[in-house]
Ligand binder design. Structure first.
Ligand SMILES: *[C@@H]1O[C@H](CO)[C@@H](O)[C@H](O)[C@H]1NC(C)=O
Ligand SMILES: *[C@@H]1O[C@H](CO)[C@@H](O)[C@H](O)[C@H]1NC(C)=O
Ligand SMILES: *[C@@H]1O[C@H](CO)[C@@H](O)[C@H](O)[C@H]1NC(C)=O
Ligand SMILES: [Zn+2]
Length: 559
C-alpha cells in the first residue's frame, strides 16, 4: 500500500514542487487504518470521458430546470449550528467512508438540492458571530448585536428596559406564519431555550437568560421574563404546535434540599411543563408532554395525534447521537413534527436545528461534529421524503462557521479522521488532516515540541472523546467568520442563489410562503385574520417604571 501511495503522491503533488521534501521525509509509521486503498480508485474515473459525461448530465438537468413559482404552502428551515463549509466536506467524506467508499465523492442529502448560495454571518458589533445574533438574523430577518435574541440593534446586551420596548422587537418568521393561520413547530437537539431555537419566540437582551435563575433581580423586578417562560407562557411560543428538544431543567423548579437534589433550575417555583398543560386545557386543546423516545413513539402511533406536542428529552442538551440512550434521533423528531404539522390546511413553518455540531466543535471533538452533521443530513432526507417540492420550500443552512480545517495533501480515500498520509511536518512528525485554529487540545506540548498524535491511544483508537489539535490554546474552540452555505429546494428556490446577508433568508422564505406584504401572483388575496385577538395574548403588559434601570453584562459567553 505504501508503494501505491508513493506512486500516487508523485503523480498528485509534483506540481507543487514539494516532491523532494516529501520523498526525503520518513513515511508515517503509524497511521489509522485507511478505510480504502487508493488503488481502489474506480476504474471509470481514470478516463476523462467519465468526468465529461457526468458534467454533461448535470448540465442537461440544469438546462431543464424551470422556475418553480408556486406558493410554498409549507416552509422548513434547517440550521446546522456551526456547520461550516469545511464541516460539510469533512462530514460527507466521513459518511462516504463509513459506507466503504473513498468518501470524497459522497453527497450529503442537502448537497443534492438544486440551488445554493452563501450567507454572510457577521453581526452588528461582531466580525465573528454567535448563535444569538445569527438566530435573530435568519429567523427574524434583522441583524443585531452579539448575544441578543429577537431585538434589534437599539438594544445593548444585558439591558433590561429596552427588552420590554416593543419598538425594539424583531419578530420571527414563526410569528409571521402564525399570523397568517399556519401551524408552527420547532425541533432542536439543544435545550429548547438555547440561542437558535429562542430566535423563534424570544425577545431577550441576553441569550443566557434561559431560566429566571439567570436573569438579574433588577431585570426580573422590571418585568423581564426568562426565555423558558416566554416559550411556554407568551406569544408566539404558546401557540407552537410542536416543541421538541432538551432543556427540562430550565422549565422546572429548583426544589433541592439536603436529601433530594433537583434537576430544575427555576427559583420562581414554576413548573412550566405543568403551565404548558394548563394553558392547553384552558384552550380545550388536546396535548401531550413526552420525555423519552418510547413516549414519543406512542404519540406517533396513536390513533389521533394531539393538537399540541411538547417533548423535552433531557434536562440539558440532548445527548450526542453516538452517545444517546432512550432519546429520539433528530430524524425521528422531524418525522413526528411533520406528521403533526401536515394536518394544517393552511400549511406550516417548521424550524429544525442540528444544534450539537457546534458543541462538538467547541470541544474539538471532530468525530462527533461530523457524526452530528450526518444525523442532520438524515433528518433533511426524511423531511424531503415526507414533503413535495411542489408546495414545500426546504432551506438548509448554518448560523456561523468554526475554525476546523481540512489540510495537508492526504491521498484520495485517506481516513478523514486520521493523519495526512503523504507527508510529515517540517518537524518530522505526522499531522492530522483535521485541525483547529484554536481550541482545548494545544498542538504544542509542555516540552515546546509539537505533540505526536500517533502516540495518543485515544487518537489511534478513533475515540469519540479525542480532541483534535489546535494552534491557539483556548478552553473552548471559537466560531469562524467565513460565510456559510445555503441550500434550497421547492417553490422560489431560485431566490436563494448568490452571495448575500444572512438576514435575507427569512424574507425570501416568507415571500415564497406569501407571508409578506409584497406578494407573488400565486398568493391568494389575503383574508384578514386577526390571530392575536383570537389567541388571547398573555404577554405581560409593561406600563410604567419608577426608573429605567439598565444592567450591562460586560462579558461575553462563548458557546
Ligand atoms: C430605543 O429603545 C428605547 C428604549 O430602551 C426607546 O425609548 C427608543 O425609542 C428606541 N429608539 C428607537 C430609534 O427605536
Ligand atoms: C438548586 O439550588 C441549590 C441551592 O441554592 C444549588 O446548590 C443548586 O445548584 C441548584 N440546582 C440547580 C440545578 O440549579
Ligand atoms: C372542547 O372540545 C371538545 C372536543 O373537541 C368539544 O366537544 C367541546 O365542545 C369543547 N368545549 C369547549 C368548552 O370548547
Ligand atoms: Zn457555538
Amino acid at each position: 500500500m505504501a508503494g501505491v501511495r508513493a506512486l500516487l503522491l508523485a503523480a498528485a503533488v509534483c506540481a507543487c514542487a514539494r516532491t523532494e521534501e516529501i520523498v526525503s521525509t520518513p513515511k508515517p509509521k503509524k497511521v489509522l487504518d485507511t478505510i480504502m486503498n487508493p488503488s481502489y480508485i474506480p476504474a471509470e474515473e481514470k478516463h476523462g470521458s467519465y468526468w465529461k459525461k457526468s458534467a454533461a448530465s448535470t448540465l442537461k438537468a440544469k438546462l431543464e430546470e424551470t422556475p418553480n413559482t408556486n406558493k410554498a404552502k409549507n416552509g422548513i428551515l434547517f440550521i446546522g449550528d456551526g456547520m461550516s463549509v469545511a464541516t460539510i466536506m469533512a462530514a460527507r467524506t466521513f459518511a462516504g467512508q463509513l459506507d466503504r467508499g473513498l468518501g470524497e465523492e459522497n453527497v450529503l442529502e442537502f448537497e443534492k438540492f438544486p440551488i445554493s448560495g452563501l450567507a454572510r454571518t457577521y453581526c452588528l458589533d461582531a466580525q465573528v458571530a454567535d448563535s444569538a445574533c445569527t438566530a435573530t438574523s435568519y429567523l427574524a430577518g434583522v441583524k443585531t448585536k452579539y448575544g441578543v435574541i429577537g431585538l434589534d440593534g437599539n438594544v445593548t446586551r444585558g439591558s433590561c428596559f429596552p427588552q420590554l420596548h416593543k419598538g425594539n422587537w424583531a419578530t420571527s418568521i414563526g410569528e409571521w406564519a402564525l399570523e397568517k393561520g399556519l401551524d408552527v413547530g420547532l425541533v432542536t437537539t439543544t435545550r429548547v431555550t438555547h440561542a437558535s431555537p429562542a430566535g423563534m419566540y424570544a425577545h431577550t437582551s441576553d441569550r443566557n437568560w434561559e431560566s429566571d435563575a439567570d436573569v438579574p433581580d433588577e431585570c426580573l423586578s422590571l418585568g423581564c421574563r426568562d426565555i423558558a417562560y416566554q416559550l411556554v407562557m407568551e406569544n408566539p411560543g404558546r401557540h407552537f404546535k410542536v416543541i421538541m428538544g432538551g432543556g427540562r431543567k430550565e422549565m422546572l423548579p429548583n426544589v433541592s434540599n439536603a436529601l433530594t437534589p433537583s434537576s430544575g433550575r427555576r427559583l420562581d417555583g414554576l413548573d412550566l411543563t405543568e403551565m404548558w398543560h394548563v394553558d392547553k386545557i384552558k384552550r380545550n386543546a388536546t396535548h401531550q408532554y413526552v420525555t423519552d423516545r418510547n413516549e414519543l413513539y406512542k404519540v406517533y402511533n396513536s390513533e389521533e395525534l394531539p393538537e399540541y406536542l411538547l417533548g423535552l428529552f433531557q434536562d440539558d442538551h440532548m445527548d450526542y447521537h453516538l452517545q444517546a440512550k432512550n432519546q429520539p434521533t433528530l430524524e425521528e423528531m422531524v418525522e413526528v413534527a411533520i406528521k403533526m404539522l401536515s394536518r394544517s390546511k393552511n400549511g406550516y413553518f417548521l424550524f429544525v436545528e442540528g444544534g450539537r455540531i457546534d458543541h462538538a466543535h467547541h470541544d474539538s471533538l471532530a468525530h462527533l461534529a461530523l457524526d452530528e452533521t450526518v444525523e442532520y443530513s438524515k433528518a433533511i432526507k426524511k423531511a424531503k421524503s415526507l414533503t413535495s417540492e411542489e408546495d414545500t420550500l426546504i432551506v438548509v443552512s448554518s448560523d456561523h462557521a468554526h475554525t476546523m480545517t481540512v489540510a495537508g495533501y492526504p491521498s484520495r480515500g485517506n481516513n478523514i479522521l486520521g493523519t495526512s498520509d503523504t507527508a510529515y511536518g517540517d518537524d518530522n512528525m505526522p499531522y492530522t488532516t483535521i485541525s483547529y485554529a484554536n481550541g482545548k487540545a494545544a498542538s504544542i506540548g509542555a516540552d515546546g515540541k509539537r505533540v505526536d498524535v500517533t502516540l495518543s491511544q485515544e487518537f489511534m483508537n478513533g475515540d469519540l472523546g479525542y480532541s483534535y489539535p489546535s494552534l491557539v490554546p483556548l478552553d473552548s474552540e471559537t466560531h469562524g467568520g467565513e460565510d456559510v452555505a445555503v441550500f434550497a429546494i421547492g417553490p422560489w428556490q431560485h431566490l436563494f442563489t448568490a452571495s448575500y446577508e444572512q438576514n435575507l433568508i427569512p424574507h425570501m422564505m416568507a415571500y415564497a410562503m406569501c407571508l409578506r406584504e409584497d406578494k407573488h401572483s400565486n398568493c391568494k388575496p389575503s383574508t384578514k385574520t386577526n390571530f392575536w385577538s383570537t389567541g388571547a395574548s398573555t404577554r405581560s403588559s409593561v406600563s410604567s417604571y419608577a426608573s429605567i434601570l439598565t444592567v450591562i453584562v460586560t462579558f461575553r459567553y462563548f458557546y
